[in-house]
Design a protein around this ligand. Structure first.
Ligand code: V47
Length: 367
């Protein structure tokens, strides 16, 4: 492999990594420009194994999107409906949202991940009641709910500070924040694809506040649309910068753009090659974020499995009821079983571990 890494022109980057030296923006760009994916993957795999050996994590989780009514018109989104009167617009009653959890009383779920549209018609109490109700039904469930973009929207809509919103949601049972809404931090891209979302500084500031309150969060990156390689690496470096300050990010999650039924539908979806490369470079640039997650609903199950040799150590979870990607054309199943994930991991020569949201692991999952 050494001669391959030399031939690929990345021996100096290999040296830096061996010496524990941080990679710079130019290194990240060169890794993206390197055609030898196996050489880049080998470096990423070494970093992965240094941290986690063969361990591969996932949890038993449920995705819920209680409303898709949204005032934002992000070019990549196939889920949002601007008008509540649109035939495909919906807002669940609290009872209906709680029922989704009640119906799964038999499942050993450990986490609910909630993502919503930015709905202008709901009172703030809808969200606090939603959380309180989930905890009443299942006090031990972890509530990973509302992206930083939603938190910013709540603050602006209900006349509160970001701190007040987080404090009130935490009092109602919020346990952590998911990483959604990051898209691409660079203003050139963000203005084009997500012009009415909060900007990168506010997104990062909300995560900073959450970390200061003792919460863990994730951070995502939507790739494969109009962003440049430099803008991808810049995005990673901004996440790395906040992590240096707070240490509160648990996982970095590259999200593959899905082009069906949205305003960027003329663009092709990113290739498997690009997806493996993005995950590998993420592992190499983000030396301070413990986990790199392949969200299998976005990458496809086969590519997520392969990514376990390209820097990835986490596969999210069972993800039942997902809508955002399925409305954008994802052909993946709507949820998989723990034994399916376990088989995928084992047949890739890795070890499956069921985790909770904080990466406490149970025993290895039986095949
Ligand atoms: O922010 C929306 C993305 C995100 C499309 O924190 C799209 O553990 C591709 O953030 N093509 C929401 N992506 C989902 C998300 C997430 C997923 C898994 C795990 C975690 C976590 C967070 O979905 C949005 C946006 O970036 N998205 N539409 C689309 N057409």
């Amino acid at each position: 492999m050494q001669s391959r890494i030399r031939a690929a022109g990345i021996a100096d980057i290999d040296e830096k990594l061996r010496g524990g030296e941080r990679l710079a923006l130019e290194d990240g760009v060169r890794l993206f420009e390197c055609d030898d994916l196996l050489a880049v993957g080998a470096l990423a795999n070494r970093e992965r194994e240094k941290r986690h050996g063969a361990k591969t994590y996932f949890n038993f989780n449920l995705r819920l999107e209680p409303t898709n009514v949204c005032v934002a018109s992000c070019l990549f989104c196939s889920f949002a409906r601007l008008k509540p009167t649109d035939a495909a617009a919906y807002t669940m009653t609290l009872e209906k949202a709680w029922d989704k959890l009640r119906q799964r009383a038999h499942q050993p779920l450990t986490e609910i991940h909630v993502v919503n549209g930015l709905n202008p018609d709901l009172p703030f109490s809808y969200y606090t009641e939603l959380l309180l109700g989930f905890k009443r039904i299942r006090p031990d469930i972890h509530l990973k709910c509302f992206t930083a973009v939603e938190i910013a929207y709540f603050a602006d809509l209900y006349g509160m500070t970001d701190e007040q919103v987080l404090t009130e949601l935490m009092a109602a049972g919020l346990d952590s924040l998911p990483g959604g809404g990051a898209e691409i931090f660079a203003p050139r891209v963000r203005r084009k694809i997500a012009h009415d979302k909060c900007d990168a500084d506010r997104y990062l500031s909300i995560h900073r506040i959450a970390h200061g309150f003792g919460m863990k969060t994730n951070v995502t990156m939507l790739y494969g649309h109009i962003e440049t390689i430099e803008e991808r690496v810049d995005h990673m470096l901004r996440a790395r910068g906040l992590q240096d300050e707070t240490g509160g990010f648990q996982a970095f999650i590259p999200l593959a753009f899905h082009p069906d039924n949205n305003q960027m539908r003329k663009l092709p979806a990113p290739s498997a090659f690009d997806t493996l490369r993005v995950h590998a470079v993420s592992r190499l640039m983000l030396d301070n974020i413990p986990h790199i997650k392949a969200f299998w609903i976005a990458t496809g199950l086969d590519v997520a499995q392969t990514a376990l040799w390209f820097g990835v150590d986490d596969l999210d979870g069972t993800v039942q009821e997902e809508k955002i990607y399925h409305m954008a054309g994802s052909p993946t199943p709507e949820g998989v079983t723990m034994s399916h994930l376990s088989r995928l991991v084992r047949s890739a020569g890795r070890e499956p571990y069921e985790r909770d949201t904080f990466y406490n692991v149970k025993e290895p999952v039986p095949a």
